[in-house]
Design a protein around this ligand. Structure first.
Ligand code: SF4
Ligand code: SF4
Length: 398
């Protein structure tokens, strides 16, 4: 990305963080239009972000090939309306894209998530991640991004507000991780297996790739076992801010949790990437009451973040949170097999259904993320220490 934007940390110090929450009861074009008009007016016009002739990357959450009604991905109507606004603001090129986890078929992804419809009859172009990659250094890590990313002037991030089994919440902060190539990013789950280490890594990635504007889709959010297997929950708002940390902080209202309980938000605020202090955030708009009334149920794994880092690996002797394949829903596409960073999912020779060999599983949940059918569920097992002891006893008795 071209380095011609004002330093957002400096901008944040000069002005209070502002989050606009606009009422948006449905994805009908009129409702989305009205909500975006409120947002654009409150941020002082899109031309403050997009200058004439610039190249804009619109970055929705295209997590995996789910239809919009599953509430896994950003709704195409929001993407389409933002494209039209960027065109009106004079953008030279409008690119739309996201890199889902693993090696998913992009054409299928764009068709099922409604992105082909979103860009139809507009000047926008869907961008592929299956192109020549460029390396970006990020702390001690090297990130792979598409070479065309160098030509981007402005990033407008369009996340979906969802619960997340590893990071508690996924919204603006995590959405920028989709700029990193899907194949490259699965290996980071091996390097950073716990919620805390993964969150710290994601914050470093956010600092490197932060967008100029974030508009979050919480018209239908996802509660429960997100980011792919939760329940769609109507919240009925769009949230927007140039301060993504503040936006995620306000998004936590719908989950009835404190932002400091979300390691990613806490670490981003500690690193001066935005504001987590609700008393310092100017939260306004027609949808604030609706957001405050929401009650999203958290993920099954919400307790993981309370485990101190040194105890995290040790504690897994007593419990295991693991993926499980639901064969009735599986269409044998093989995505989970190619995505697993530990190669611990194999096709069963007889039935061709995939099988998870739990022994090497690191509970990164990339397989769940890559499954377009929602055929991989989350299961909590207790007593693995007891199982190990039983196996040892059996060996002794032989
Ligand atoms: S099987 Fe385990 S290690 Fe492999 S992708 Fe799924 S959660 Fe990650
Ligand atoms: S569980 Fe079945 S449908 Fe889901 S990714 Fe694996 S092979 Fe595809």
């Amino acid at each position: 990305m071209k380095n011609n934007q004002p330093d957002s940390a400096r901008a944040l110090r000069q002005e209070p963080s502002r989050v606009i929450v606009a009422d948006c009861p449905s994805y009908l074009p009129n409702d989305v239009d009205t909500a975006l008009a409120e947002i654009i007016q409150a941020i002082g016009g899109l031309t403050g972000f997009v200058k004439s002739g610039q190249t804009v990357l619109i970055k929705p959450n295209l997590f995996s090939a789910h239809p919009p009604e599953h509430a896994v991905t950003t709704h195409p109507q929001l993407v389409r309306q933002v494209i039209l606004l960027c065109a009106k603001a004079g953008a030279g090129k409008i690119w739309v894209g996201d890199s889902p986890v693993g090696a998913q078929d992009e054409k299928e992804l764009w068709a099922r998530t409604g992105m082909q419809t979103a860009v139809a009859n507009t000047s926008a172009e869907l961008k592929s991640w299956h192109v020549k990659q460029k390396s970006l250094s990020c702390g001690e890590d090297i990130l792979a991004v598409p070479e065309w990313y160098e030509d981007v002037d402005v990033v407008i991030s369009l996340p979906k507000l969802k619960t997340h089994c590893l990071t508690t919440v996924t919204c603006g902060l995590k959405n920028v991780y989709g700029i990193v190539s899907g194949q490259a990013k699965i290996q980071f789950h091996v390097k950073y297996p716990s919620p805390l280490t993964m969150s710290a890594f994601l914050v470093r990635v956010f600092a490197k790739l932060k967008p100029q504007l974030t508009i979050a889709d919480a018209v239908i959010a996802m509660e429960g076992n997100g980011p792919a297997h939760g329940r769609p929950l109507p919240v009925g708002v769009l949230l927007a801010s140039r301060d993504t940390v503040a936006l995620d902080t306000i998004g936590c209202m719908a989950l009835r949790i404190q932002p400091s309980e979300v390691p990613m938000i806490r670490l981003a605020a500690e690193n001066n990437l935005g504001c987590m202090d609700k008393t310092m955030i100017d939260c306004l708009g027609s949808g604030v009451t609706r957001l405050q009334a929401a009650r999203m149920k958290p993920s099954l794994s919400r307790f993981l973040k309370y485990i101190p880092e040194p105890l995290f690996q040790l504690s897994t002797i007593f419990w295991q949170l693991r993926p499980k394949i639901i064969e009735q829903q599986c269409v044998k596409c093989g995505n989970c097999v190619t995505t697993c960073p530990k190669n611990t999912i194999k096709e069963n020779d007889c039935t061709a259904y995939p099988r998870i060999y739990q022994k090497n599983c690191i509970a990164c949940f990339c397989c769940m993320e890559s499954c377009p059918q929602g055929a991989i569920a989350l299961q909590l097992y207790f007593g693995s220490l007891f199982c190990v002891a039983r196996k040892r006893r059996r060996k002794v008795n032989k």
